[in-house]
Design a protein around this ligand. Structure first.
Ligand SMILES: Nc1ncnc2c1ncn2[C@@H]1O[C@H](COP(=O)(O)OP(=O)(O)O)[C@@H](O)[C@H]1O
Ligand SMILES: [Mg+2]
Length: 367
């Protein structure tokens, strides 16, 4: 039996995804485990976690060794458990006897630096590190508003739209239930706010690109790519996420809704339709290779693509731990594929026919 471990920071998260995967594992000769990285005893290296018992059809508490193949679904934030688990996961990544389905991606700033030297660069929004509030305010032009957001993304949280307003600065951010606006009448006030905001986390700066539909809803295209049982990248599905009217972000966590891609694209004249489809195909074909040329292997990625007023396409975000909601909501027929793909890819890794190079641990982080 191949041992397969799902790592999470919180056993309540993605419960149905893990359970559906676990239910299918036995059929493929896979024993499925679930644990929090901090459940590993540092001395014995035994884990006190959950084992999916196929004879009773549920998880049960068990002590086990570190599984041979790990599926990392830890979504880190700034708390101490995240920090602790991040270093344990890095230690696991460095071990030769364990394989990860995917080795993660660096933060948005490092990713930008890497991709800006590849043929995907025309699709990137210019991105700079946030260094200090004064130079940020100085770079703010009356006609171009800016976005600042955490270098390590977290489902649309902490994204601020900032523009000049008279002598002062206007800041907007989307919260779960509503948009919050704050007008700083003096730039000094905005500077102290920026100082406080950026003290604990690294932020980045981008121009604000209008990525809204004609009714003022921000939207993007979400594409899920995964490797199949032969280690080849495939598109699993694509869907549209639209945010609230006059909102900034389209994330589902901020009240976004899903639309089927095929329903959305019918509204366009056929020349534009073909153009969009061709451009998306180009991104899908180029991006995985561009990333894996520079970084360790991945199993899956979620790509968020925005569309500007003039039909220009922008890669907004690449997630190495993508959610499945958009696909499940818009293409429920993909369910079975979504639940078996990690297992099939684990079998592929086990068979040792994986020709991918050894991971470069220094570059792998949290995303
Ligand atoms: N530069 C930008 N211009 C306009 N909208 C943006 C920009 N950056 C992000 N957004 C909006 O915010 C959303 C979340 O941004 P993203 O970088 O994906 O952060 P996260 O990692 O938190 O999901 C995007 O899907 C998009 O709707
Ligand atoms: Mg995103």
């Amino acid at each position: 039996m191949l041992s397969f471990g799902i790592m999470t920071l919180n056993k309540r998260s993605e419960k149905s995804y893990y359970l559906e995967m676990a239910k299918r594992a036995y059929k493929y000769g896979i024993a499925c485990y679930r644990f929090v990285p901090s459940d590993i005893n540092p001395i014995s290296e035994k884990i006190n976690g959950d084992f999916y018992n196929p004879s009773i059809g549920r998880w049960e508490n068990k002590e086990f060794s570190v599984p041979a193949i790990l599926y990392d679904r830890c979504f880190y934030s700034e708390d101490s458990l995240s920090k602790q688990c991040m270093s344990i996961v890095n230690w696991l990544k460095a071990r030769d006897d364990i394989r990860f389905l995917g080795y993660g991606l660096p933060n948005k700033l490092e990713l930008y630096d890497i991709l800006t030297h590849t043929n995907i660069s025309p699709y990137l929004v210019k991105t700079m590190p946030f260094t200090n509030p004064q130079s940020f305010i100085d770079s703010l032009l009356a006609e171009q508003s800016l976005i600042i957001k955490p270098a390590r993304g977290s489902q649309g949280q902490g994204i601020f739209h900032i523009k000049k307003a008279g002598e002062g600065i206007l800041v907007k951010t989307d919260k779960k239930d509503a948009q919050v606006t704050h007008h700083f009448e003096k730039t000094e006030k905005a500077i102290s706010w920026l100082n406080r905001l950026t003290a604990k986390r690294q932020y980045l700066i981008q121009p604000y690109v209008t990525l809204s539909d004609k009714d003022g809803h921000p939207f993007d295209i979400r594409i899920l790519l995964q490797k199949d049982s032969k280690g080849t990248w495939n598109e699993i599905g694509r869907g549209i996420r639209t945010g609230k009217k006059d909102g900034i972000i389209s994330n589902l966590s901020a009240g976004g809704k899903n639309i089927r891609f095929d329903d959305w694209i019918t509204a366009f004249p056929s020349s534009l339709k073909n153009y969009l489809r061709d451009e998306l195909d180009e991104i899908i074909e180029t991006l995985p290779a561009a990333l894996e040329e520079k970084l360790p292997p991945l199993f899956e990625m979620g790509i968020d693509i925005g569309i500007g007023d003039n039909g220009s396409l922008w890669i907004l975000d690449i997630n190495s731990k993508p959610g499945r909601k958009t696909i499940l909501n818009t293409e429920p027929e993909k369910r079975e594929e979504l639940y078996t793909a990690p297992l099939l890819y684990a079998k592929y890794l086990e068979a040792g026919i994986d020709k991918e190079r050894r991971p470069n641990h220094a570059k792998t982080v949290s995303n």
